[in-house]
Design a protein around this ligand. Structure first.
Ligand code: CTP
Length: 403
């Protein structure tokens, strides 16, 4: 869970389209981020999914009608909810509500509420492609974007009406991702952040390799967090199974040699460089050109040392750059981490104990920060996304101090 939506009041405005059922999933994902979500529905939306579904999940009555409602605050609920809202999400947004919002029309509970809103409004259009591409809808979307609404572009693909094109409701997880970005202060704006993540693979022959258990999750979390905070991010990644964050420059590599080239190449432009990757320390000395056959009873692989990429980066580091490493240890965390911090000329190293189910592949991490000036900060076990944000906070203060 990220902090941006924690305890925030979000109002989900559901208008009538076939994608209404996907708003149910969106509601749950927003709640998972800690948001308190209230729901308003139009009459048309209720034709697709009953308010009861949203009521049961949000734990609050769904606001559907300005007049035929006997509850105490019904007549001013649209104003109260608008005042309380930290964020409003219109999803799915029909051509009709987009048109009404663009022109200030308030003729039901949902559109009247929207006129009273002062917080940011996110709009997720979903409709037939021809309707979406129509001049009227595009004109109205332009008006709303100029008014400061955030438009989440609909997806392209097969539509419920049998056609194919733009107009599909985006994946709820992508909507939440964009919302988190919107809600994140842009304190890294203008800074270039370089992250390397994942394992490397060192070929034995054309079909086999040596590698390690690194999942890339920690490095990807840092890249994602930096992007959300406004940085221009380059992510040099070994082979991993996870989706890259949106809007980062992804450079895919396999071996330590390739990672070295890509990382040092990008280092020149970086203000901040974070080396999370689990680089294979050794590679096979004589890689076989063809697949090794199992003719021998024993096979001995001769290994030679890979370059220490972080050490090279430390030697090249300018005084205006902040360089951060990770130290994966199975014992003596402090001693080993501090040794690496000094040997590689780092500003900071993040130590974590790995092995026994800890660190690699998990969503949580327990880390300790060791700083060049001797300070030590231990964090409790938390989500890798949260670790990433705290790490960026510390890096930012080092960078702002002109380390
Ligand atoms: N690292 C690197 N190039 C290598 C090995 C490590 O850039 N060939 C970087 C890692 O990305 C990490 C830091 O150095 O940021 C520490 O990596 P780690 O594997 O903990 O330590 P090593 O330096 O490899 O030392 P050892 O394996 O002896 O613990």
């Amino acid at each position: 869970m990220m902090e941006q939506l924690k305890n925030k009041n979000v109002v989900l405005c559901v208008t009538g389209g076939i994608a209404v059922y996907k708003a149910v999933e969106l509601l749950r994902l927003l709640q998972k981020q800690g948001a308190k979500v209230r729901v308003i529905m139009t009459r048309a939306a209720m034709e697709f999914v009953t308010p009861l579904t949203f009521q049961a999940l949000s734990g609050e009555p769904v606001f559907t009608d300005l007049f035929n409602d006997n509850t105490v605050d019904a007549s001013i609920r649209h104003i109260r909810w608008a005042e309380d809202a930290d964020l409003v999400v219109v999803a799915p947004a029909t051509a009709n509500i987009i048109g009404k919002m663009a022109h200030g029309i308030a003729d039901d509970a949902l559109s009247t509420f929207l006129l009273a809103v002062r917080s940011r409004i996110v709009i997720c259009p979903a409709m037939n492609t021809a309707m979406y591409e129509s001049r009227a809808v595009q004109r109205n979307i332009d008006i709303l974007e100029n008014d400061g609404c955030l438009l989440i572009e609909p997806g392209v693909g097969d539509m419920a009406c049998g056609t194919s094109g733009a107009g599909r409701f985006p994946a709820p997880a992508d909507i939440v991702d964009r919302i988190l970005t919107l809600m994140t202060p842009k304190d890294l704006k203008g800074r270039c952040v370089l992250v390397s993540a994942g394992p490397t693979r060192e070929a034995i022959d054309p079909v086999r390799f040596i590698s390690n258990h690194s999942s890339g999750k920690m490095g990807y979390a840092i890249a994602r967090a930096a992007e959300r905070r406004g940085a221009m991010v380059t992510l040099v990644s070994g082979p991993v199974d996870i989706e890259p964050p949106l809007h980062v420059k992804l450079v895919k590599v396999q071996s330590a040699d390739q990672m070295k080239e890509a990382f040092l190449d990008a280092m020149g432009d970086a203000d901040i460089a974070v080396k999370v990757a689990a680089v294979a320390d050794y590679r096979v000395k004589n890689q076989a050109e063809h697949k090794i056959k199992k003719t021998e009873e024993q096979l001995v692989l001769e290994l030679e040392k890979n370059p220490d990429i972080l050490k090279c980066a430390g030697q090249k580091k300018r005084s205006d750059q902040v360089l951060v490493g990770f130290a994966a240890e199975t014992q003596d965390l402090k001693e080993n981490a501090v040794k690496k911090l000094e040997a590689k000329n780092l500003d900071m190293i993040v130590g974590n104990l790995v092995g026994g189910g800890k660190g690699f592949g998990t969503d949580d991490n327990t880390v300790t920060f060791f700083f060049k000036d001797g300070r030590v900060e231990s964090l409790e076990s938390m989500d890798k996304d949260q670790v990433a944000h705290i790490l960026l906070d510390r890096i930012l203060s080092l960078h702002s101090k002109g380390q």
